[in-house]
Ligand binder design. Structure first.
Ligand code: NAP
Length: 251
């Protein structure tokens, strides 16, 4: 495997959709910065797997909601792997199930801090490095939204859906702001994907329980989301910016 495509930062790259994206990105020639916040073992396992396949990768700790840690993430990625050409804003949490009337303010604050502030801070850092207006050589950003942004998640987690609505707005606005500076910005909006996020919310079998309501009749594998992410990052998507691609089995 050759790593000639440049460096790709995947936030939350050690598990779930992020891990699948890290693995596929490495197979497509990117050097991967596998970001994690708590599960260093999972991030290290992804790095080891990539290196065994002759790819280049490094695990980097950073809480994406922390401005200084985001700056350090990009610095470390660039220093150890080379020029950052791509960012996948994947790190995210649901905050767990709650009707809005029962929502605890600290839960809302943390979900917005990770899902919204984190994505904006990482996008800002990426633009500072990629923009040809600032001497950069361009690049691409893919934000991981959710179909929740459009469906609203009534009875489950409106607070989470709100955070993903902000991701869609970030995608549209930033795409237009930096289109003339060599940077494309898109989003992938998964439906239900088989990852740990459902267990973290207290219902590991949520994707299976809800499968009957998905037109294609099943939840997605993380690898199926990663395919769309890598395509949007690639030159094959050179004319696509500001788009939000549903990868949701029709949901
Ligand atoms: P997951 O398996 O629970 O993984 C979440 C990842 O986010 C983990 O790698 C975690 O890092 C990382 N993370 C959480 N907080 C962070 C922080 N403050 N700083 C840095 N990293 C942080 O979830 P997933 O399902 O793959 O979710 C990935 C993205 O897809 C999220 O944005 C989620 O909202 C979105 N999504 C998921 C689904 C679905 O059905 N699964 C559907 C639509 C959208 P650690 O490993 O260190 O804990």
């Amino acid at each position: 495997m050759s790593t000639t495509a440049g460096t790709l930062i995947v936030t939350g790259g050690g598990r779930g959709i992020g891990a699948a994206t890290s693995r596929l990105g490495a197979r497509q020639g990117y050097a991967i910065a596998v970001n994690y916040v708590e599960n260093g073992a999972a991030a290290s396992a992804v790095v080891t797997e990539i290196q065994r396949g002759s790819g280049r990768a490094v695990a980097i700790h950073a809480d994406v909601s922390n401005e200084k840690e985001v700056a350090a993430l990009f610095e470390t990625a660039e220093r150890t792997l080379g020029r950052v050409v791509g960012l996948v804003n994947n790190a995210g949490i649901t905050g767990g199930f709650s009707r809005l009337e029962d929502l605890a303010a600290p839960t809302l604050e943390r979900v917005l801090a990770v899902n919204v502030t984190g994505a904006v801070l990482c996008a800002r850092e990426a633009v500072r490095r990629m923009s040809n207006r600032r001497g950069g050589a361009g690049g691409a950003i893919v934000n991981i939204s959710s179909r929740a942004a459009q469906l609203g998640s009534a009875g489950e987690w409106i607070h989470y859906a709100v955070s993903k609505g902000a991701i869609d707005t970030l995608t549209i606005g930033l795409a237009r702001e930096v289109a003339g500076e060599g940077i494309r910005v898109n989003a992938v909006a998964p439906g239900l994907v088989e990852t740990d996020i459902h267990a973290a919310a207290g219902e590991p079998a949520r994707p299976q329980r809800m499968a009957a309501g998905i037109p294609l009749g099943r939840a997605a594998k993380p690898e199926e989301i990663a395919e769309a992410v890598l395509w949007l990052l690639s030159p094959a998507a050179a004319y696509i910016t500001g788009s939000i691609l549903a990868v949701s089995g029709g949901r």
